[in-house]
Design a protein around this ligand. Sequence first.
Ligand code: ZN
Length: 137
Amino acid sequence: MKTHTEYLTFRTRKKREYINITGQVAQALEHSGIHEGMALVSAMHITAGVWVNDAEDGLIEDINEWLEKLAPFRDDYRHHRTGESNGDAHLKSLLVHHEVIVPITAGKLDFGPWQQIYYAEFDGQRAKRVVIKIMGE
Ligand code: ZN
């Protein structure tokens, strides 16, 4: 079995951003030379997420609104006693999870027709990383 590891770094302009990283993961897969296996794509932070879903602008807005409803920005989170102000970002990260595993078949990400990989930044404006770990042969 071979493994291949790459890191992506994001420094978003806004606190919250949703970035389609499917192309970057496909590129890492090309670099790996792996044809059969799996790719793990994992945010290396506790205030970010990675998901697979549709790359449709309306849906992205719906997800953003849904996350704000479930885990709204507030001043009175207990976490803020530490001096931080990103309690909502931690909760949003838990809701979408921090990683996905994508099957690799015949040298390609084996996706259904609408599946795309997103990096979700919930507390940006600083350098944050995603690890891509590809395993297979
Ligand atoms: Zn925090």
